[in-house]
Design a protein around this ligand. Structure first.
Ligand SMILES: Nc1ncnc2c1ncn2[C@@H]1O[C@H](COP(=O)(O)OP(=O)(O)OP(=O)(O)O)[C@@H](O)[C@H]1O
Length: 260
């Protein structure tokens, strides 16, 4: 699915949170959304997910205005793993993953045909061993992987991930991003880990104060100048010894430059 974000703005209480944001995502690619705390990444993802309507601009998916689509049709195509996914419901892990099938059925019926899809989603997210556990008892990382499985069960054309690896250990971070890359689904992921972004994204979009300050191929965007400017961090960008992709070595933070 191709995504075009055209001059999108969103405000709350008279404060403009994101403004004039445009970006273009080619089908099947992974775009990393970077930027310091409060720069507007989650807000933009919420707009692209259809959870918030833009005050200006529009979001086109394969040429159709996302905010004018019927919610059910939108839910069949767009899956969103939010930063702090919670459920107050007393559900098992398998039942949480089954929620991903709701847009395709209209209503949830246990034991319906998609069993193979659910099993595959749980396998890809490495939670098959957790299927019968109560959601409420899971660790942060296990919950995050369960939410990925729910999103995959949804069989989306567009996958939106908000800091999807922040609870994962290093092995699961790499495995998670490898899985996401291998899906071939158009993906936009807000990431704080510049190393993961450099290793797994096709393109990067960097936000600062609610606007885009850089976008393009990883090697063009992830420069020491940008890291200093946006994060207040002194860093060197080197070539990864094995992959040759950009690899960040930080030296220190200029506290006075910290955003927020
Ligand atoms: N509903 C809201 N009401 C008031 N302020 C809001 C609301 N939603 C977002 N904001 C503010 O907008 C700014 C951007 O928030 P957002 O969550 O999009 O940032 P972010 O880049 O995802 O940050 P983080 O990296 O910390 O998750 C923040 O200053 C936040 O406090």
């Amino acid at each position: 699915m191709r995504v075009e974000v055209e001059a999108v703005a969103w405000s709350v209480g008279g404060r403009t949170i994101i403004d004039d944001i445009s970006l273009s995502v080619r089908p099947g690619t992974v775009t990393g959304l970077l930027g310091p705390n409060g720069s507007g990444k989650s807000t933009l993802l919420n707009v692209v997910a259809g959870l918030r309507s833009p005050a200006a601009g529009r979001v086109l998916v394969d040429g159709r205005d996302l905010h004018r689509m019927r919610p059910r049709l939108r839910a069949q195509q767009v899956a969103y793993v939010e930063q702090h996914a919670t459920t107050g419901l007393d559900l098992s892990v398998r039942e949480v993953v089954e929620l991903g099938r709701i847009p395709h059925r209209g209503r949830w019926r246990a034991g319906e045909d998609g069993a193979g899809r659910l099993a595959e989603a749980m396998r890809l997210a490495r939670i098959d061993q957790l299927a019968d556990r109560a959601w409420q008892t899971l660790s942060g990382g296990e919950r995050q992987r369960t939410q990925l499985a729910r999103a995959l069960a949804q069989e989306p054309s567009l996958l939106l991930l908000d800091e999807p690896t922040n609870h994962l250990d290093l092995g699961h971070q790499i495995d998670f991003m490898t899985t996401v890359r291998g899906l071939g689904i158009t993906t936009i992921a807000a990431l704080h880990d510049l190393e993961l972004a450099a290793a797994f994204c096709d393109r990067l979009v960097v936000l600062q104060d609610g606007g885009v300050v850089a976008s393009g191929a990883v090697a063009d965007v992830l420069t020491s100048e940008l890291v200093a400017e946006v994060y207040g961090v002194e860093a060197t960008i080197e070539a990864h010894p094995r992959t040759g992709r950009p690899h960040l070595v930080w030296h220190g933070v200029r506290v006075g430059d910290l955003v927020g």
